[in-house]
Design a protein around this ligand. Structure first.
Ligand code: KG4
Ligand code: ZN
Length: 337
């Protein structure tokens, strides 16, 4: 069975195609058109700009994906209905409905976050019960996965900023450009991660064990930089970047390992664009190894938003016997898992 996945929840228009053999999905096409450059001058994703870019990109991206896969039409279409930007989601969902109707193929509405988890199976095979840590500009979630054909449970999420958003904001504060995550990662390379003791949010004994908070950390960085400037002292950008990055990676990986232990699972999956971060990766590797937990990290191209992840989740959902969604299915911008 050939499944097409359509993704338009943020600033990437993604169309992916996989072949499903009843147990595993194989990648046939992965086409992504990004409007990230159009948002750069605003320092963040502008919803209206994203929606218009999706409108322009959706049909050509679908055509390219079908050409790359060498197919006329898929056997089923999966589409992200949430969470994401309302106007952006509408474009992908409208396209998915139109093509499902025109091609007379079933439509399956799926959750973006589940897609970030499911995509890992393309490289690493069927997924055992696992904990997933998703970190991107838009989301920070700890998820419990039993079986990809079944709903995923949310264990915790951020109570304020997403981790990637904190990277972007701190990068802006340090004048490193947008998107700031990769620039901050590079700047941190020459710095001392223990130079400044930045706070670890939500790690007190009374705090929710799997929730995150990054706004206090961001404020602490701002205060530190302002304090130095005000008193005429120099600011070491590498030390600030490395110390900030260490604080984020420390909390993310500590909570993820704890969730694995509490749930008795032996697999941790990472997903989302910010898992490209070198320290999040290396600390996750160190800590999972020490805890005897298998670490699965999709390659960076599959960690960022794309259509293949939606096709892959759709294939698992179809494989689990789900009924197709009605063509009246609505977007759900605030969808949880
Ligand atoms: O998944 P993604 O491409 O888009 C969504 O936000 O959904 O993730 C992009 C986010 C941005 O906030 C970007 O700054 C961050 O991931 N990011 C990084 C790195 N590469 C991308 N953050 C830290 N270190 C990186 N190397
Ligand atoms: Zn995403």
């Amino acid at each position: 069975m050939i499944v097409m996945g359509i993704e338009s929840s943020c600033d990437e228009t993604g169309v992916g195609i996989v072949e499903w053999d009843g147990a595993t999905a194989t990648l046939l096409a992965d086409e992504v058109a990004s409007s990230v450059d159009e948002h750069a001058r605003y320092g963040g994703v502008v919803p209206e700009v994203a929606s218009r870019a999706h409108l322009q990109a959706i049909v050509p991206t679908m055509r390219r994906a079908r050409e790359a896969a060498g197919i006329d039409r898929p056997d089923a279409i999966a589409v992200t209905i949430g969470p994401g930007l309302a106007g952006a989601l509408l474009v992908g969902v409208a396209a998915a409905k139109a093509y499902a109707l025109a091609w007379d193929v079933p439509l399956f509405a799926v959750n973006h976050l589940g897609g970030h988890v499911a995509v890992d199976t393309l490289e690493h095979g069927p997924m055992p019960p696992a904990v997933a840590l998703l970190v991107s500009g838009g989301h920070t979630h700890l998820l419990g996965v039993q079986d990809l054909s079944q709903p995923i449970v949310e264990l915790g999420t951020t109570v304020d900023d997403a981790a990637g958003e904190a990277f972007d904001k701190v990068a802006r504060l340090l004048d490193l450009g947008y998107p700031g995550g990769p620039a901050l990662d590079a700047a941190a390379r020459g710095g001392d991660p223990e130079a400044i003791a930045f706070p670890r949010g939500m790690t007190g004994p009374r705090d929710a064990p799997y929730d995150f908070s990054f706004s206090g950390l961001k404020t602490a960085v701002a205060r530190y930089v302002e304090g130095r400037v005000r008193s005429g002292q120099s600011v070491s950008v590498p030390d600030v970047a490395a110390s900030f990055q260490e604080a984020v990676a420390d909390v993310l990986t500590a909570k993820a390992i704890r969730a694995c232990r509490d749930r008795g699972v032996e697999t941790l999956v990472l997903g989302g664009g910010a898992t490209a971060n070198s320290r999040i990766r290396s600390l996750a590797a160190e800590r999972t190894e020490a805890a005897g937990i298998e670490l699965r990290v999709p390659k960076p191209r599959l960690c960022t938003d794309n259509g293949v992840m939606i096709a892959t989740l759709g294939a698992h959902v179809i494989g689990g016997g789900a009924q197709p969604s009605p063509l009246t299915v609505a977007t759900d911008p605030g969808m949880s898992v």
